[in-house]
Design a protein around this ligand. Structure first.
Ligand code: T4K
Length: 373
Protein backbone atom coordinates (compact mmCIF):
# COMPACT_ATOMS: atom_id res chain seq x y z
CA UNK A 1 0.00 0.00 0.00
CA UNK A 2 1.26 3.50 -0.84
CA UNK A 3 0.17 6.34 1.42
CA UNK A 4 -2.58 8.34 -0.36
CA UNK A 5 -1.34 11.60 1.05
CA UNK A 6 2.37 12.16 1.55
CA UNK A 7 3.58 11.89 5.13
CA UNK A 8 6.26 14.49 5.75
CA UNK A 9 8.84 14.50 8.52
CA UNK A 10 7.26 17.62 10.05
CA UNK A 11 3.94 19.45 10.00
CA UNK A 12 3.41 22.77 11.72
CA UNK A 13 0.71 23.37 14.29
CA UNK A 14 -1.58 26.16 13.18
CA UNK A 15 -4.16 28.12 15.14
CA UNK A 16 -7.80 28.39 14.14
CA UNK A 17 -8.46 31.42 11.96
CA UNK A 18 -10.65 32.81 14.73
CA UNK A 19 -7.89 32.49 17.33
CA UNK A 20 -5.32 34.00 15.02
CA UNK A 21 -7.51 36.95 14.11
CA UNK A 22 -8.37 37.67 17.71
CA UNK A 23 -4.69 37.83 18.65
CA UNK A 24 -3.78 39.78 15.53
CA UNK A 25 -6.53 42.40 15.58
CA UNK A 26 -4.90 44.65 18.24
CA UNK A 27 -1.91 45.02 15.91
CA UNK A 28 -4.16 45.94 12.99
CA UNK A 29 -6.17 48.39 15.07
CA UNK A 30 -3.17 50.08 16.68
CA UNK A 31 -0.91 49.74 13.61
CA UNK A 32 1.87 48.68 15.96
CA UNK A 33 3.55 45.98 13.87
CA UNK A 34 7.06 45.64 15.27
CA UNK A 35 9.80 47.01 17.55
CA UNK A 36 8.68 45.32 20.73
CA UNK A 37 4.94 45.88 20.79
CA UNK A 38 2.48 44.50 23.34
CA UNK A 39 1.80 41.24 21.48
CA UNK A 40 5.44 40.14 21.45
CA UNK A 41 5.74 41.26 25.09
CA UNK A 42 2.75 39.05 25.90
CA UNK A 43 4.21 36.08 24.01
CA UNK A 44 7.58 36.49 25.76
CA UNK A 45 5.80 36.50 29.12
CA UNK A 46 3.66 33.45 28.31
CA UNK A 47 6.73 31.57 27.11
CA UNK A 48 8.80 32.46 30.15
CA UNK A 49 6.00 31.07 32.36
CA UNK A 50 5.67 27.94 30.25
CA UNK A 51 9.41 27.34 30.00
CA UNK A 52 10.01 28.37 33.62
CA UNK A 53 12.83 30.68 32.61
CA UNK A 54 13.58 34.24 33.61
CA UNK A 55 14.03 35.96 30.27
CA UNK A 56 12.75 34.93 26.85
CA UNK A 57 14.07 37.41 24.31
CA UNK A 58 12.16 36.93 21.05
CA UNK A 59 14.09 36.94 17.78
CA UNK A 60 13.36 36.73 14.05
CA UNK A 61 14.54 33.12 13.84
CA UNK A 62 16.80 30.55 15.49
CA UNK A 63 19.79 31.38 13.29
CA UNK A 64 19.86 35.08 14.07
CA UNK A 65 19.31 34.10 17.70
CA UNK A 66 22.64 32.21 17.64
CA UNK A 67 24.43 35.14 16.02
CA UNK A 68 23.09 37.62 18.56
CA UNK A 69 23.65 35.34 21.55
CA UNK A 70 27.25 34.64 20.47
CA UNK A 71 27.86 38.39 20.28
CA UNK A 72 26.15 39.00 23.62
CA UNK A 73 28.36 36.36 25.26
CA UNK A 74 31.42 38.03 23.75
CA UNK A 75 32.48 35.04 21.68
CA UNK A 76 35.70 35.87 19.83
CA UNK A 77 38.12 33.87 17.69
CA UNK A 78 37.52 30.17 18.32
CA UNK A 79 34.31 28.56 19.49
CA UNK A 80 34.14 24.83 20.18
CA UNK A 81 31.07 23.23 18.68
CA UNK A 82 29.68 20.13 17.01
CA UNK A 83 29.72 19.09 13.35
CA UNK A 84 26.58 16.99 13.92
CA UNK A 85 23.96 19.70 13.62
CA UNK A 86 21.86 21.64 11.15
CA UNK A 87 23.80 23.98 8.85
CA UNK A 88 22.56 27.00 10.83
CA UNK A 89 24.55 26.32 14.02
CA UNK A 90 28.02 26.44 12.56
CA UNK A 91 26.99 28.73 9.69
CA UNK A 92 25.85 31.38 12.17
CA UNK A 93 29.26 31.38 13.89
CA UNK A 94 31.14 31.73 10.60
CA UNK A 95 28.70 34.40 9.38
CA UNK A 96 29.69 36.64 12.30
CA UNK A 97 33.40 36.05 11.76
CA UNK A 98 34.07 33.37 14.37
CA UNK A 99 36.27 30.33 13.87
CA UNK A 100 34.42 27.13 14.79
CA UNK A 101 36.42 24.22 16.16
CA UNK A 102 34.52 21.02 15.46
CA UNK A 103 34.88 18.24 18.02
CA UNK A 104 33.30 14.81 18.26
CA UNK A 105 29.96 13.89 19.79
CA UNK A 106 29.02 11.22 22.31
CA UNK A 107 28.43 7.84 20.68
CA UNK A 108 24.93 7.34 22.11
CA UNK A 109 23.39 10.76 22.58
CA UNK A 110 25.05 12.52 19.63
CA UNK A 111 25.68 15.69 21.64
CA UNK A 112 29.06 17.36 22.26
CA UNK A 113 31.54 15.03 23.95
CA UNK A 114 32.83 16.81 27.09
CA UNK A 115 36.18 14.97 26.80
CA UNK A 116 36.63 16.23 23.25
CA UNK A 117 35.69 19.75 24.33
CA UNK A 118 38.27 19.70 27.14
CA UNK A 119 40.97 18.44 24.79
CA UNK A 120 40.28 21.25 22.29
CA UNK A 121 40.50 24.16 24.72
CA UNK A 122 43.36 26.61 24.20
CA UNK A 123 43.87 30.32 24.86
CA UNK A 124 42.08 31.32 21.63
CA UNK A 125 38.85 29.56 22.61
CA UNK A 126 36.28 32.04 23.89
CA UNK A 127 33.16 29.89 24.10
CA UNK A 128 31.39 26.57 23.75
CA UNK A 129 28.28 26.04 21.64
CA UNK A 130 26.48 22.77 22.34
CA UNK A 131 23.40 21.51 20.51
CA UNK A 132 20.61 19.56 22.23
CA UNK A 133 20.28 17.25 19.24
CA UNK A 134 16.70 15.92 18.67
CA UNK A 135 15.76 17.40 22.04
CA UNK A 136 18.29 15.26 23.94
CA UNK A 137 20.16 17.53 26.34
CA UNK A 138 23.93 17.81 26.08
CA UNK A 139 25.88 16.56 29.08
CA UNK A 140 25.12 19.95 30.61
CA UNK A 141 26.71 19.21 33.98
CA UNK A 142 30.06 18.30 32.44
CA UNK A 143 29.98 21.17 29.94
CA UNK A 144 28.96 23.70 32.59
CA UNK A 145 31.86 22.58 34.77
CA UNK A 146 34.33 22.89 31.86
CA UNK A 147 32.89 26.35 31.21
CA UNK A 148 33.35 27.36 34.86
CA UNK A 149 36.86 25.91 35.16
CA UNK A 150 38.10 27.71 32.05
CA UNK A 151 35.92 30.79 32.56
CA UNK A 152 34.47 30.64 29.08
CA UNK A 153 30.71 30.91 28.53
CA UNK A 154 28.59 28.07 27.23
CA UNK A 155 25.74 28.67 24.82
CA UNK A 156 23.26 25.97 23.88
CA UNK A 157 21.46 25.72 20.57
CA UNK A 158 18.05 24.57 21.75
CA UNK A 159 16.36 24.68 18.35
CA UNK A 160 15.19 21.10 18.93
CA UNK A 161 13.92 21.71 22.43
CA UNK A 162 10.78 23.26 23.74
CA UNK A 163 9.61 22.70 27.30
CA UNK A 164 11.19 19.32 28.03
CA UNK A 165 13.10 18.97 31.29
CA UNK A 166 16.38 17.36 32.32
CA UNK A 167 16.79 16.34 35.96
CA UNK A 168 13.66 18.35 36.74
CA UNK A 169 14.90 21.57 35.18
CA UNK A 170 13.82 22.99 31.81
CA UNK A 171 16.53 22.03 29.31
CA UNK A 172 16.54 25.59 27.97
CA UNK A 173 17.54 26.92 31.40
CA UNK A 174 21.06 25.41 31.35
CA UNK A 175 24.20 27.31 30.34
CA UNK A 176 24.72 31.05 30.07
CA UNK A 177 22.04 31.25 27.40
CA UNK A 178 20.06 28.99 25.08
CA UNK A 179 18.77 29.78 21.62
CA UNK A 180 15.43 28.46 20.37
CA UNK A 181 13.79 28.15 16.98
CA UNK A 182 10.09 28.70 16.40
CA UNK A 183 10.29 27.74 12.74
CA UNK A 184 7.30 26.07 11.09
CA UNK A 185 8.94 22.65 11.44
CA UNK A 186 9.32 22.92 15.22
CA UNK A 187 7.01 21.67 17.96
CA UNK A 188 5.96 25.25 18.72
CA UNK A 189 6.09 27.75 15.88
CA UNK A 190 5.49 31.40 15.09
CA UNK A 191 5.87 30.76 11.34
CA UNK A 192 9.43 32.02 11.44
CA UNK A 193 10.81 32.97 14.81
CA UNK A 194 13.14 32.19 17.65
CA UNK A 195 14.36 33.33 21.03
CA UNK A 196 17.31 33.53 23.35
CA UNK A 197 16.62 32.36 26.88
CA UNK A 198 18.80 33.39 29.80
CA UNK A 199 18.59 33.93 33.53
CA UNK A 200 20.99 36.88 33.44
CA UNK A 201 19.49 40.37 33.22
CA UNK A 202 22.82 41.66 31.94
CA UNK A 203 22.83 39.22 29.01
CA UNK A 204 19.15 39.86 28.33
CA UNK A 205 19.74 43.63 28.16
CA UNK A 206 22.63 43.09 25.77
CA UNK A 207 20.46 40.83 23.59
CA UNK A 208 17.77 43.50 23.39
CA UNK A 209 20.34 46.08 22.38
CA UNK A 210 21.96 43.90 19.71
CA UNK A 211 18.68 42.82 18.12
CA UNK A 212 17.73 46.48 17.71
CA UNK A 213 20.77 47.73 15.74
CA UNK A 214 22.66 48.56 18.96
CA UNK A 215 20.32 51.51 19.54
CA UNK A 216 20.20 52.36 23.24
CA UNK A 217 18.03 55.45 23.02
CA UNK A 218 16.98 58.02 20.44
CA UNK A 219 20.32 59.76 20.79
CA UNK A 220 22.67 56.92 21.68
CA UNK A 221 23.86 54.01 19.54
CA UNK A 222 26.22 52.07 21.76
CA UNK A 223 26.92 48.92 19.71
CA UNK A 224 26.84 47.56 16.22
CA UNK A 225 23.74 45.44 16.17
CA UNK A 226 21.45 43.81 13.67
CA UNK A 227 17.72 43.58 13.12
CA UNK A 228 16.71 40.49 15.07
CA UNK A 229 13.25 41.52 16.28
CA UNK A 230 10.19 39.34 16.04
CA UNK A 231 7.24 41.12 14.42
CA UNK A 232 3.87 41.50 16.13
CA UNK A 233 2.33 39.37 13.36
CA UNK A 234 4.56 36.40 14.13
CA UNK A 235 4.01 36.91 17.85
CA UNK A 236 0.22 36.90 17.38
CA UNK A 237 0.50 33.66 15.43
CA UNK A 238 2.59 32.20 18.26
CA UNK A 239 0.18 33.30 20.99
CA UNK A 240 -2.73 31.74 19.13
CA UNK A 241 -0.67 28.60 18.52
CA UNK A 242 -0.12 28.03 22.24
CA UNK A 243 -3.68 26.67 22.30
CA UNK A 244 -2.73 23.90 19.88
CA UNK A 245 0.31 22.76 21.83
CA UNK A 246 -1.31 20.38 24.29
CA UNK A 247 -2.99 18.26 21.65
CA UNK A 248 0.13 18.28 19.48
CA UNK A 249 2.30 17.02 22.31
CA UNK A 250 -0.15 14.24 23.17
CA UNK A 251 -0.20 13.05 19.55
CA UNK A 252 3.59 13.15 19.28
CA UNK A 253 3.93 11.10 22.46
CA UNK A 254 1.46 8.54 21.13
CA UNK A 255 3.29 8.29 17.79
CA UNK A 256 6.68 7.93 19.52
CA UNK A 257 5.25 5.15 21.68
CA UNK A 258 3.93 3.30 18.62
CA UNK A 259 7.36 3.54 16.98
CA UNK A 260 8.99 2.28 20.18
CA UNK A 261 6.58 -0.62 20.54
CA UNK A 262 6.87 -1.61 16.88
CA UNK A 263 10.61 -1.32 16.38
CA UNK A 264 12.67 -4.17 17.81
CA UNK A 265 16.23 -3.00 18.16
CA UNK A 266 18.86 -5.35 16.75
CA UNK A 267 22.09 -5.07 14.77
CA UNK A 268 20.21 -3.41 11.89
CA UNK A 269 18.18 -0.81 13.70
CA UNK A 270 18.58 1.26 16.83
CA UNK A 271 16.53 4.08 18.29
CA UNK A 272 18.59 7.17 19.19
CA UNK A 273 18.17 7.32 22.99
CA UNK A 274 17.29 10.26 25.20
CA UNK A 275 19.70 10.96 28.05
CA UNK A 276 18.26 9.45 31.28
CA UNK A 277 16.63 12.24 33.28
CA UNK A 278 15.00 13.79 30.20
CA UNK A 279 11.22 14.17 30.37
CA UNK A 280 8.77 15.39 27.74
CA UNK A 281 11.05 15.62 24.72
CA UNK A 282 8.82 14.98 21.71
CA UNK A 283 10.55 17.00 19.05
CA UNK A 284 12.13 14.36 16.82
CA UNK A 285 12.18 10.58 16.53
CA UNK A 286 15.51 9.37 15.19
CA UNK A 287 16.73 5.88 14.38
CA UNK A 288 20.08 4.52 13.26
CA UNK A 289 20.62 2.07 10.43
CA UNK A 290 24.22 1.01 9.80
CA UNK A 291 26.26 0.56 6.67
CA UNK A 292 26.33 -3.21 6.06
CA UNK A 293 28.87 -4.72 3.66
CA UNK A 294 29.30 -1.34 2.03
CA UNK A 295 25.53 -0.83 1.64
CA UNK A 296 23.89 2.02 3.52
CA UNK A 297 20.77 0.56 5.12
CA UNK A 298 19.79 4.10 6.04
CA UNK A 299 19.76 5.20 2.41
CA UNK A 300 17.98 2.01 1.38
CA UNK A 301 15.20 2.60 3.90
CA UNK A 302 15.02 6.31 3.06
CA UNK A 303 14.39 5.50 -0.62
CA UNK A 304 11.99 2.63 0.05
CA UNK A 305 9.88 4.81 2.36
CA UNK A 306 9.98 7.70 -0.07
CA UNK A 307 8.54 5.42 -2.76
CA UNK A 308 5.63 4.81 -0.41
CA UNK A 309 5.04 8.52 0.14
CA UNK A 310 6.78 8.61 3.55
CA UNK A 311 9.30 11.45 3.62
CA UNK A 312 11.90 10.82 6.31
CA UNK A 313 14.96 13.07 6.68
CA UNK A 314 18.70 12.43 6.98
CA UNK A 315 19.18 15.00 9.71
CA UNK A 316 22.22 15.65 9.75
CA UNK A 317 23.89 14.57 6.56
CA UNK A 318 26.32 15.65 5.21
CA UNK A 319 28.47 16.27 8.26
CA UNK A 320 29.46 19.94 8.39
CA UNK A 321 33.18 19.04 8.52
CA UNK A 322 32.72 17.52 5.04
CA UNK A 323 31.40 20.72 3.50
CA UNK A 324 34.17 22.78 1.82
CA UNK A 325 32.10 25.98 2.00
CA UNK A 326 32.31 25.64 5.78
CA UNK A 327 35.83 24.28 6.28
CA UNK A 328 37.24 27.01 4.01
CA UNK A 329 36.42 29.43 6.83
CA UNK A 330 37.99 27.42 9.66
CA UNK A 331 41.60 27.32 10.79
CA UNK A 332 41.06 23.69 11.82
CA UNK A 333 42.42 21.30 9.18
CA UNK A 334 42.24 17.92 10.97
CA UNK A 335 38.87 16.49 11.89
CA UNK A 336 38.86 13.50 14.21
CA UNK A 337 35.13 12.86 14.44
CA UNK A 338 34.42 9.12 14.28
CA UNK A 339 31.15 9.19 16.27
CA UNK A 340 29.76 12.14 14.34
CA UNK A 341 30.81 10.63 11.03
CA UNK A 342 29.07 7.34 11.83
CA UNK A 343 25.94 9.17 12.98
CA UNK A 344 25.78 11.24 9.79
CA UNK A 345 25.85 8.01 7.78
CA UNK A 346 23.32 6.17 9.93
CA UNK A 347 20.65 8.50 11.24
CA UNK A 348 17.17 8.84 9.84
CA UNK A 349 14.43 10.95 11.42
CA UNK A 350 10.90 9.63 11.10
CA UNK A 351 7.71 11.69 10.71
CA UNK A 352 6.70 13.00 14.13
CA UNK A 353 3.83 15.45 14.31
CA UNK A 354 0.16 15.84 15.07
CA UNK A 355 -0.83 14.74 11.57
CA UNK A 356 0.50 11.20 12.05
CA UNK A 357 -2.41 8.97 13.03
CA UNK A 358 -1.97 5.69 14.91
CA UNK A 359 -2.59 3.83 11.66
CA UNK A 360 0.01 5.93 9.82
CA UNK A 361 2.58 5.38 12.58
CA UNK A 362 2.05 1.62 12.40
CA UNK A 363 2.26 1.76 8.62
CA UNK A 364 5.55 3.68 8.81
CA UNK A 365 7.00 1.21 11.33
CA UNK A 366 5.89 -1.82 9.29
CA UNK A 367 7.19 -0.30 6.03
CA UNK A 368 10.50 0.35 7.76
CA UNK A 369 10.80 -3.27 8.83
CA UNK A 370 9.78 -4.51 5.37
CA UNK A 371 12.42 -2.32 3.74
CA UNK A 372 15.08 -3.90 5.95
CA UNK A 373 14.19 -7.48 4.98
N1 T4K B 1 19.89 24.98 15.02
C1 T4K B 1 19.38 23.76 14.76
C2 T4K B 1 19.93 22.58 15.49
C3 T4K B 1 18.33 23.62 13.84
O1 T4K B 1 17.84 22.39 13.57
C4 T4K B 1 17.82 24.77 13.19
C5 T4K B 1 16.75 24.66 12.24
C6 T4K B 1 18.39 26.03 13.51
C7 T4K B 1 19.43 26.09 14.43
C8 T4K B 1 17.93 27.30 12.87
O2 T4K B 1 16.64 27.70 13.28
P1 T4K B 1 15.78 28.63 12.25
O3 T4K B 1 16.68 29.75 11.79
O4 T4K B 1 15.30 27.76 11.12
O5 T4K B 1 14.65 29.14 13.13
C9 T4K B 1 14.18 22.52 8.43
C10 T4K B 1 13.93 23.91 8.99
O6 T4K B 1 13.88 24.90 7.98
C11 T4K B 1 14.91 24.32 10.03
O7 T4K B 1 14.29 25.33 10.81
C12 T4K B 1 15.27 23.18 10.97
N2 T4K B 1 16.31 23.52 11.89
C13 T4K B 1 15.72 21.97 10.17
C14 T4K B 1 16.08 20.80 11.05
O8 T4K B 1 14.66 21.58 9.32
P2 T4K B 1 14.56 21.71 6.00
O9 T4K B 1 15.36 22.27 4.88
O10 T4K B 1 14.68 20.27 6.28
O11 T4K B 1 13.00 22.10 5.86
P3 T4K B 1 11.91 21.68 4.81
O12 T4K B 1 11.37 22.92 4.18
O13 T4K B 1 12.43 20.63 3.91
O14 T4K B 1 10.76 21.10 5.74
C15 T4K B 1 10.72 19.76 6.22
C16 T4K B 1 9.28 19.26 6.08
O15 T4K B 1 8.41 20.01 6.91
C17 T4K B 1 8.71 19.42 4.68
O16 T4K B 1 8.97 18.26 3.95
C18 T4K B 1 7.23 19.63 4.89
C19 T4K B 1 7.13 20.21 6.30
N3 T4K B 1 6.81 21.64 6.30
C20 T4K B 1 7.82 22.57 6.17
C21 T4K B 1 7.53 23.91 6.15
C22 T4K B 1 8.63 24.94 6.01
C23 T4K B 1 5.49 22.05 6.40
O17 T4K B 1 4.59 21.19 6.49
N4 T4K B 1 5.20 23.39 6.40
C24 T4K B 1 6.17 24.34 6.28
O18 T4K B 1 5.85 25.56 6.29
O19 T4K B 1 14.97 22.58 7.27
Amino acid sequence: MVSNTPIYVARPIVPTLEDFVSHLSPALESRRLSNGGPISADLALRLSELLRTRYVNLMTNGTVAIEIAAKALNFKNKVITTPFTFAATVGALIWIGLDPVLVDVEEDYLTLSPESVSAAIDEDVSGILGVHVYGCPCDVDALDSISRNHQIPVLYDGAHVFDATYNGRPIVSYGDATTMSFHATKQFNTGEGGAVVTSSSEIDTKLSLLKNFGIKSEDVISDIGINGKMSELNAAFGLANLNALFEERARRSAVSQIYRDSITEDNKIRIVPQRPGTVGSTNYFAIRLPVENGVSLRDKVYLALRDLGIYTRKYFYPLLSDIPAYTAHMTQTKFDLPNAQRAANEVLTLPLHGGVTDAAALYIAESLKAALK
